[in-house]
Design a protein around this ligand. Structure first.
Ligand code: HEC
Ligand code: HEC
Length: 297
């Protein structure tokens, strides 16, 4: 049939064109792959290249870790994290984490938390409230990191100050009840932030948290009114980027609210000097491990 001839040859042409195109594509991919492999510098060569361009500064606190490890995306292994859990003074003066957290049994280990194995780190505490301490990929949301960085409030409060005092319970009840701007808040909760003795005898909260400016108000936390509290932390700085403050009160959820957490959770290891910097080199490395997925292998 006359129609079939040209059709068939058209198809064959199309097929040839496709074959030529595909082999060209494969060749291009192979060449690019080979070039990529040849171009990829070793970590050491890349480091010296950057140094020549004055892109690396290894002088000053944490500079080596920042310039040679974090910025160069060196993977952090669980092996290193395991050694941190075992070492005294790893994040600041004090005994090793596994002295007090080495079993899931809450009669043998504080919070029934086992920091001596990777699985135990991922499992978190077994004692109520049982909560994860690691959120893979999100160091800033991980309790493990927060407890190494954050001081308990009021700054300088004794480690053993009770965690269910009437004042702390009042704050918890208010948040769990929806954190409303009601009489309970105005007459029972708000005045607590102005009295030093209510939270353990260190300075009153509003001595350090009474405006949106830091200094004098740490983390731009303002505890002088309902609206100010609900603006959260760093509201002034973040407003410059069009962002709201970081909430310190999550209505209905005291356990998740920084305001309540800061009243009940001690910085680790116990007895830390509140003036210790939050970003110890080993905290940065632990954060990077969590950011990279907190893998156990
Ligand atoms: C001397 C004992 C001791 C050492 C050492 C210690 N902790 Fe703790 N840890 C405690 C106690 C007691 C608690 C519970 C009371 C509290 O939160 O203050 C706790 C609570 C925690 C929690 C909170 C878990 C939760 O859900 O409440 C984390 C996280 C934590 N520790 C991490 C660490 C890390 C990381 C280290 C090592 C840098 C460490 N701890 C070293 C005694 C210790
Ligand atoms: C002597 C000063 C001082 C006093 C008093 C004080 N704080 Fe703080 N507060 C700080 C500092 C410093 C920080 C930030 C660094 C840190 O964690 O130590 C902070 C941080 C906070 C944060 C964390 C905000 C964020 O970034 O999420 C909260 C919440 C907070 N304080 C609540 C309180 C409460 C409630 C009281 C009273 C019980 C109180 N503070 C008393 C100095 C103080």
């Amino acid at each position: 049939m006359p129609a079939i001839g040209p059709m068939a040859s058209e198809n064959r042409d199309l097929g040839d064109a496709m074959r030529v195109f595909l082999s060209a594509l494969i060749a291009a991919v192979l060449v690019a792959g080979a070039a990529g492999a040849a171009d990829q510098d070793s970590a050491t060569r890349a480091m010296y290249k950057d140094a020549k361009l004055h892109k690396l500064d290894i002088h000053g606190d944490n500079a080596v870790v920042e310039a040679l490890v974090l910025r160069r995306h060196i993977p952090i292994t669980y092996d290193y994290v395991a050694s941190l859990m075992r070492a005294p003074n790893a994040f600041g003066a004090g005994p090793a984490c596994i002295v007090c957290h080495s079993s899931a049994d809450p009669t043998k280990s504080y919070r029934g938390m086992d920091l001596s194995t990777c699985r135990g780190m991922h499992a978190g505490p077994t004692e109520a409230p049982a909560r994860p301490v690691i959120v893979p990929g999100k160091p800033e949301e991980s309790l493990l990191v927060q407890m190494l960085r954050n001081n308990r409030m009021p700054l300088g409060v004794a480690f053993l100050h009770e965690i269910d005092s009437p004042a702390i319970t009042a704050v918890k009840t208010w948040i769990d009840g929806g954190a409303k701007n009601d009489d309970q808040f105005t007459y029972t909760v708000l005045p607590l932030f102005g009295k030093a003795e209510e939270f353990g005898g260190a300075a009153a909260c509003i001595e350090c948290h009474s405006s949106f400016r830091d200094p004098p108000s740490f983390n731009e936390v303002n505890l002088t009114s309902y609206d100010a509290i609900m603006k959260g932390a760093f509201s002034r700085t973040r407003a410059k980027d069009g962002k709201p403050g970081i909430p310190i009160v999550i209505p209905g959820k005291a356990e998740d609210s920084p305001l309540y957490r800061r009243l009940t959770m001690n910085r680790m290891p116990p007895g830390r000097d509140p003036a210790d910097p939050a970003d110890h080199a080993n905290v940065l490395l632990l954060e990077r491990w969590i950011q990279q997925g907190a893998a156990c292998e």
